[in-house]
Each structure stands twice: as structure tokens, then as C-alpha cells.
Design a protein around this ligand. Sequence first.
Ligand code: ATP
Ligand code: MG
Length: 228
Amino acid sequence: MKSILQTIDLRKTYRVGKVETPVLHGISLEVKEGEFIAIMGPSGCGKSTLLHIMGGLLKPTSGRVIVDGEDISSMSDSKRTEIRRRKIGFVFQRFNLFPTLTAEGNLRLAERIYSGNGNRDDSRRREILRLLQLENKMHHKPMELSGGEQQRVALARAVINKPAIILADEPTGNLDSENSRIVLEMFQKLNEKFGQTIVMVTHNPEAARACHRIIQMRDGLIVGEIVK
Ligand SMILES: Nc1ncnc2c1ncn2[C@@H]1O[C@H](COP(=O)(O)OP(=O)(O)OP(=O)(O)O)[C@@H](O)[C@H]1O
Ligand SMILES: [Mg+2]
């Protein structure tokens, strides 16, 4: 199967003032089209950093990131942003919803950023809201939603434009078991039905069970892999 997302010897050192914190020490990872992958590892080992670099949100100190055949690490910021908008849906570890917009408003904004102001049909949005059991929360603002509902809206926003690649940073991190189940079922459905590629950082063994492959990280390195 074709490779849709690849990192080659990725290294990252954060610099805050004069303090340097090396976080990634050479990560090479290939994700095939249609794969559903979990990344696991202790807190602070660099999972979010890796995901942000894979999604073009953060630049590596060295190494390369290839998205669907294109090297995004050597691109200008605007070109990289464009690729991200076209191909990648990102679920952040913290929700990042716009507080002044309703659930539906947050989704519409994501649609507009993707496709401009043209007319579009509402069916995809309705289906996603239904899958995530959010139909009756459409007109609520983030403040009027529970943590689990906010997380599901953030998820809906990440997948609304059918990105080829979904990168999710602990999407069930703040959810109870019922909400986690809803989210995982949606991921599985998107993966099986639409062939969307998913890379998910998680601490949740339930979540990891739903995947094809589990990547184990420790101290900025890949230390193991379980293929199912
Ligand atoms: N912007 C930043 N500036 C400086 N250091 C940072 C920055 N972001 C993260 N770090 C440090 O990099 C290391 C890895 O952070 P990262 O968020 O990638 O870990 P993680 O594996 O996602 O952890 P968690 O499971 O707790 O979310 C941590 O030691 C963190 O303090
Ligand atoms: Mg993290």
C-alpha cells in the first residue's frame, strides 16, 4: 500500500531563552494509506511534538516529513498551511474551539476555511453530528457544553472536510467510557468506510485496541511496535 505520511530521522530541540530541551532524537515512521495507528508512551516523551510536526504545525530541527509524496519540511509556511488545510484534520490535546461560536458555528467556520464561501450541502455536517450524538447541541457554545461534548465537537471539526489524514492527540483523554466509545466507533467508521488514515496519540488501552498498529515511544525515540 502507498505511503501517505512519512517522517525521516526527525529531530526536535525546543529553545526557550538559552535553555535547550532536546525532545525528539530521530524518529522514522511510515504510515500507509488507510492505516489506523496508535502512538503510546509516557507523559513528556514527545508524542504531541511528533504529531504537531507530522501535521505541519511545528517545524522539526532536522529531518523530513513527507505528506502524500510532498516534502512539507522544506516548504514555505504558506504552502505548508495549504497542504495541511487540504489533507489533514487535527484534533488537539486541548480543544481549541472558538468560544463565541456555537458547535455548528465552529463546524461551519472549518468548512469555510477549507472551501471558501461557496454554497455547500449540509449532509456531511449532519451525518457527523449524528455519529457523534451532538444533533441537539448544535446551537450551544463551548461554555454551554460538557468537556466530553466539547471534545466531540473538536473531533467533528477535524473530520468535517474529509481529510485524507486525521491526526488526533489524546482524543479520548478527557472522556468517560461512554464518550470514549462513541469517539472510537466514529474513528473506526471513518477509517473503514471512507478509508481515512488515522494517527492517534493515546494512553487508553481501549483506544489502542481499535488500531491496526501500536507505536511505542520513550524519551523521544520509537522503542517498539505492535502490529495486529
Ligand atoms: N513549546 C515548548 N517549549 C519548550 N519545551 C516544550 C514545548 N512543548 C513541549 N515541550 C517539552 O517537550 C517535552 C515533550 O512534550 P510533549 O508535549 O511532546 O510530550 P507528550 O508525550 O505529548 O506528553 P503528554 O502525554 O503529557 O501529553 C516535554 O518535556 C515538554 O516540557
Ligand atoms: Mg501530549
